[in-house]
Design a protein around this ligand. Structure first.
Ligand code: 9D3
Length: 252
């Protein structure tokens, strides 16, 4: 069975467009994933189809009305939506790879994307299981965050990536940053490609890449390294990287 996403959004067209590109587009075409959108505006009952109103208590900005969101969620579940209801919001739990992996092991997810200042708190209390944030910065609404979740989860579904890419994925699942990449030409703007990468020695290349991944993680994201459990070989490679970093020139 396909993994099923149901998105509650005032911009279903935005969702539909994004769903036609790249890895997610292919996963939709091959039936690995199914993405449905539900527009609260279609479930607004008043004659102007209002989906927002001013905030009780005053202040600038509008709030998404409870009833259209509630009815859109109801329609989604009526049509077979399954899984937790997640509200994308700046107040949510910060999403990380572990949460994406956990989600990919389920069979569906309902994503509620807010606009304006957010959704009436009473629908959240009644209908939402979890609140997720994509990071400590402000975007204009929940659609792009929801689409990021769809993208990240879809990549992990069996068959969504080619074989070569899925092997590569293991390196990020290991919780390290990636090593540097190069392609032709060998000399660009006075800079050469590291010699090892053109040596044809696959063992040396693998060790160099592993060392670069460890070294960059040490330099840029020491927080990730503290959580990683390194093998004896990885510890050795990182020690070599640190040596060379502290005494450049002594090793080449
Ligand atoms: C600028 C208005 N803000 C303070 C008065 C509150 C605010 C409301 C709605 C800030 C952002 C948003 C819209 N953001 C999201 O819907 C959102 C989000 C985000 O902004 N950052 C990180 N993760 C997410 S998930 C959804």
């Amino acid at each position: 069975m396909a993994f099923r996403f149901d998105l509650i959004t005032l911009f279903p067209g935005l969702v539909r467009d994004v769903m036609t590109y790249g890895v997610v587009g292919r996963a939709v075409e091959t039936g690995i994933v199914q993405v449905n959108s539900w527009n609260p505006r279609d479930y607004a009952l008043d004659r102007h189809r209002n989906v927002d109103d001013s905030s009780y208590g005053g202040g600038p900005g509008m709030v998404m009305k409870a009833e259209p969101v509630d009815r859109a969620l109801e329609a989604a579940f009526e049509a077979g939506a399954n899984g937790s209801v997640v509200y994308l919001s700046p107040q949510g739990r910060k999403v990380d790879h572990g949460l994406i992996e956990y989600t990919a092991a389920q069979s569906g997810l309902v994503l509620l994307a807010g606009r304006y200042e957010g959704v009436d708190e009473r629908v959240l209390e009644a209908r939402v299981d979890q609140e997720w944030s994509i990071g400590d910065f402000v975007v204009s609404g929940g659609e792009l965050p929801a689409l990021m979740i769809v993208d990240a989860v879809t990549r992990l579904l069996p068959g969504a990536l080619g074989d070569r890419q899925s092997a590569e994925q293991d390196s990020f699942s290991a919780g390290l940053l990636d090593y540097p990449h190069y392609t032709r030409p060998e000399l660009y703007a006075g800079r050469t490609v590291p010699e090892v990468l053109t040596s044809g020695d696959h063992g040396r290349i693998a060790r160099w890449r592993a060392k670069q991944a460890l070294g960059r993680t040490w330099l840029r994201r020491p927080d990730l390294l503290r959580d990683a459990e390194l093998s004896a070989e990885q510890k050795q490679l990182l020690a070599e990287f640190k040596d060379e970093y502290e005494m450049p020139g002594r090793h080449c």
